[in-house]
Ligand binder design. Structure first.
Ligand SMILES: Nc1ncnc2c1ncn2[C@@H]1O[C@H](COP(=O)(O)OP(=O)(O)O)[C@@H](O)[C@H]1O
Ligand SMILES: [Mg+2]
Length: 244
């Protein structure tokens, strides 16, 4: 059975058709990648899935529940957590407090929340920074904090939106290792939007490629990089961007 099942999802912003009839399934335990050029509708797709904006049409089911009309915090309560393309730590709060905020949901087991938050910070490698104000962290550490805060809600599914954006190659390799470990150790199901093709293709077991809001291909990473529509839509454009 699918953990996440999206059928004919549609969203327009005025005259802009940002998400067009998108259908996709994610099974428990998968790492699925969403690939597409800038403006393809990837973040909008996340905003729809997580209840930040309402769809114009289509259905989303998660762990047996319809998400129709549910507010974002209700969806978090069902076991879905996300990180943002631009990090959004709670400023004026310490690293530890940021993770504690994530611990307020209904899925969190009773017990010592502070110890649990410390364990999560250790999981992401921030154990020495728990008292640091969140906004003073490096960008790479802010990414880790966002992941710890998402994990604090005890998710079944974690949605990552361009987690490697703005990171250097060393930090990308470390974050990749962390994502792989979370998947292996916690059995987390992961949906990953990413532009850094090399790391992305090594992490994911399956890729859904979108362009102009519509699914243009899906398959294994090997099938996707060889797919003519993907080469046309994404890899060609990326080469142009690099050449420019
Ligand atoms: N709230 C919004 N209002 C109007 N247009 C939007 C809004 N959010 C996104 N868009 C537009 O929808 C398109 C897809 O955006 P986005 O989902 O952010 O793309 P991606 O994440 O793939 O780069 C873009 O043209 C963007 O400008
Ligand atoms: Mg985006």
């Amino acid at each position: 059975m699918s953990l996440l099942s999206i059928k004919d999802l549609d969203k327009r912003f005025g005259g802009l058709h940002a998400v067009r009839n998108v259908s996709l399934e994610v099974s428990p335990g998968e790492i699925v990648g969403i690939l597409g050029p800038n403006g393809a509708g990837k973040t909008t797709l996340y905003n729809l899935i997580t209840g930040f904006i309402p769809p114009d049409g289509g259905d989303i089911r998660f762990d047996g529940h319809s998400l129709r009309g549910l507010a974002p915090h209700k969806i978090v309560g069902l076991g879905m957590a996300r990180t943002f393309q631009l990090c959004r730590p709670f400023v004026g709060m310490s690293v530890l407090e940021n993770v504690l905020v994530g611990s307020l949901g209904p899925r969190v087991p009773a017990g010592d929340l502070e110890q649990r938050a410390r364990n999560l910070l250790a999981d992401v490698g921030l154990q020495d920074k728990e008292q640091v104000p969140a906004e003073q962290l490096s960008y790479g550490d802010q990414r880790r904090l966002e992941i710890a805060r998402a994990l604090a809600t005890e998710p079944l599914l974690l949605l990552l939106d361009e987690p490697f954006a703005g990171l250097g190659s060393g930090e990308i390799a470390e974050l990749s290792t962390l994502i792989r470990r979370l998947h292996a150790d916690k059995g987390l199901t992961i949906l990953l939007i990413e532009h850094k093709l090399r790391e992305f293709m090594k992490l994911v077991s399956r890729v859904v490629a979108i362009d102009f809001g519509a699914v243009i291909a899906s398959g294994t990473p090997e099938q996707i990089v060889a797919h003519p529509a993907v080469i046309e839509a994404y890899i060609g454009k990326q080469e142009e961007e690099h050449a420019a």
